[in-house]
Design a protein around this ligand. Sequence first.
Ligand SMILES: [Zn+2]
Length: 255
Amino acid sequence: MTTTDVKFPKAETGRTIAEERLHRKQQLAAAFRLFGRFGFDEGVAGHITARDPEHSDMFWVNPFGRSFKQMRVSDLILVSHEGAVVQGDAPVNQAAFAIHSQVHAARPDVIAAAHSHSIYGKSWSALGRLLDPLTQDACAFYKDHALFDDYTGVVLDLEEGKRIGHALGDHKAVILRNHGLLTVGHSVDEAVWWFITMERSCQAQLLAEAAGTPILIDDDAATLTASQVGSHVSGYVSFQPLYAKITREQPDLFD
Ligand SMILES: [Zn+2]
């Protein structure tokens, strides 16, 4: 059996709006539990957002100050394009609003965006460089990520969020210099998988460069590999084992 024979559930199948909303919220709650498990939390920093399927200028996000490790579907809040919490009774992280509202506005194709202060992502970001095609996995980002080459403090104003959205362009990820990683996708699954594998690609490049002089994958092979491991479908599929495991182990995330 090859991977093309395996039947994975489709990211978008004839669900009603209410079913699609619940689906996205469940993926989001599971994504936070995984971010917690991977140690991507740093105090109150970090946010993953999912666009609402009905009100496309609104997004679901984690409430300010709640641990990723304890996130439940019922904890998620819905935020308008003006920054108002329109469902849920917890405050929104202002940086989450400033960055994610502008990324969602700049990229109508994007359903979800993920950002945290994960240790290898922020370490790599301090170098002000794009990732090189050092490994098969890193090729998912070959010519498909950008650098936001600026840092002026915590992102609290919409203008800076807009500049981040502009830097992201039509890529799947952007490295925020001296800050960390931000990834996007056509599903929560995809955005979260890109974040996890990009964090590990930063770790791999840091390790390889600390140990010696890495050999780069050549342009032809990196381009081919990017088409194999960097597609929307590949990102979605790669997330499924993680989703299955975390929902089996922590079913209270569905509460
Ligand atoms: Zn941040």
